[in-house]
Structure formats: C-alpha cells, structure tokens
Design a protein around this ligand. Sequence first.
Ligand SMILES: NC(=O)c1ccc[n+]([C@@H]2O[C@H](COP(=O)([O-])OP(=O)(O)OC[C@H]3O[C@@H](n4cnc5c(N)ncnc54)[C@H](OP(=O)(O)O)[C@@H]3O)[C@@H](O)[C@H]2O)c1
Length: 256
Amino acid sequence: MIEGRRIWLTGASSGIGAHMAKELLQRGAHLALTARSLGPLVELSERFPGQVLLVPGDLTDHLQVREIGMTIAQSWGALDTVILSAGTCEYVDVSQFDARVIERSVCTNLLASSYCIESALPLLRAGRTPHLVGVVSAVTTSPQRRAQAFGASKSGLRYLLESLRVDLADEGIDVTLVSPGFVDTSQAQNNAHAVHRHWPASKAASYICQQLLKRPREIVFPTRFLKLLNFLTTLPKRLHLALAKRLTGTQGETSL
Ligand SMILES: NC(=O)c1ccc[n+]([C@@H]2O[C@H](COP(=O)([O-])OP(=O)(O)OC[C@H]3O[C@@H](n4cnc5c(N)ncnc54)[C@H](OP(=O)(O)O)[C@@H]3O)[C@@H](O)[C@H]2O)c1
C-alpha cells in the first residue's frame, strides 16, 4: 500500500528517481524530494499539491543532509520509506588511472548515502512498517571494464545496506537493494552502444515501485540479459570479450 506513505526519495530530479517520484505521487504517497536541481522538484510539487515536501541539497555535504533530516522531522516527525536513488557514474581510463574518479564516485554513491542513512534511521524508527531502499547496480555482481570507480562505490553501498539489513531486522526495518543493469538515462550515455538493451526510465520506475510492495531483498532487471552477461564472465577471457562485444557492441563495457 503506497497511498499515504511518507517517503524520502533522493535523486528525484531526473532519470529513474524522477519517474519513481511521479509514479509514487500518482499512487497517493507523500514525498520528500531531494536533488541539487530545484526546478524539477518544484514542478512535481506544483503538479501534486499537498503531497510534496521540498528538501533540495547536495547530498555529499554532511551538514546539508543533517538539515534535510531535521526539516523532514519537523514537517512529518517520521518516515515510512527511504529510497536512495541519487548517484553518479564516471568511467575510468585505465591507461591514465586517476584516483580522483574513484574519490568522486565513492563520495556521491557511498558516503552521501551513508549521510542519508544517518539522518533517516531515527525517522524510520518512528515510522510505519519502515523500509530502507538503496539503488546499487548490476555491475556489483559482474565486474565490467572501465567501471572500477562506479562498481567499487556501489559495491561498498551494497555491503553497507546488506549488513544493515542484518542489524535492523530486529527493529522491523526492511532493507531492499535495487540493481538496475541498463536504464536509458543520462548516466547510461557513456554506454550508448548497448542502448538497444536499455529499459526506458519510466518502465524501470514502474517495475521498481511494483516490486517494492513485496519488500524483496533485491530487485534486479533486466534479469535474463544480466544472467547471460554473468554467465559470460565464467567463460575464458577471449571468448568472454568476443561474445560481450557481439552482445553489447563494446569491448565488455556492458552494464552500469
Ligand atoms: N541508468 C542506469 O542504467 C543505471 C544502472 C545502474 C545503477 N543506476 C543507478 O540508478 C540511480 C539513478 O540513476 P539514473 O540512471 O536515473 O541517473 P540520473 O538521471 O543521472 O539521476 C541521478 C540523480 O541523482 C542526483 N544526484 C547526483 N548527485 C547528487 C548530489 N551530490 N546531491 C544530490 N543529488 C544528487 C541527480 O540530481 P542533481 O544532479 O539535480 O543533483 C539526479 O536526480 C543512480 O544511483 C545510478 O547509479 C543506474
């Protein structure tokens, strides 16, 4: 049941997060929306009057995230669901390895998410059937070329959430991971060769919202194609690269 739930959704200004915001608002949820770009959040608040709490900000800034938490606490007093969808994707050029790419990815995908969790947990503890949701990536189960920064940061987030699931179980807080493979958003542009494998962001958002009702441990899509890619990694290296190239049009730059 989504109607009336108090949900904090990050990454709500574009891509998967923006489509999830629309979907959840259409189903009657109350959303606290975060991103750095205010415009798209304001548009949603005007389209769904009375349902949106605007909490924009840069999630890599610990203090800003604490203030967002305080605003939500003052307005609602509790949260029923938190969906951490904000993230970034930068590919690594291994021939000129630059550790700052790793640093930026970890900062946005892992540290910022942990700031959000710090602010969200006391509110979830006061919420109804609380649910913590984090968007990781299919790349965390299948290493891909040039995805070192993205994959390392999302793998860290995966571990953070999976270990939290164990500790939070006694408090009745469910934890769900979302692992997209190919979704047609700005983040997937670097992987344009595989675009024919992408799901539209609207389809991904609908699928996630539908699956979240069941509170699974993980939501993975598109399943069959990802299973095939995972299988390829078990083959000898040359065969793996040749087949991955055929399937995706790249040298194994296969998924986010
Ligand atoms: N697209 C895919 O194929 C794919 C695959 C695997 C995983 N994912 C993950 O899915 C999630 C959604 O990505 P997407 O594809 O929809 O990409 P997107 O369109 O680029 O959306 C990213 C969102 O994160 C927000 N964001 C980024 N940095 C932020 C910061 N420092 N503070 C606050 N908000 C920030 C952006 O808003 P502002 O720029 O306005 O701040 C935007 O709303 C991400 O976690 C991504 O890593 C996507």
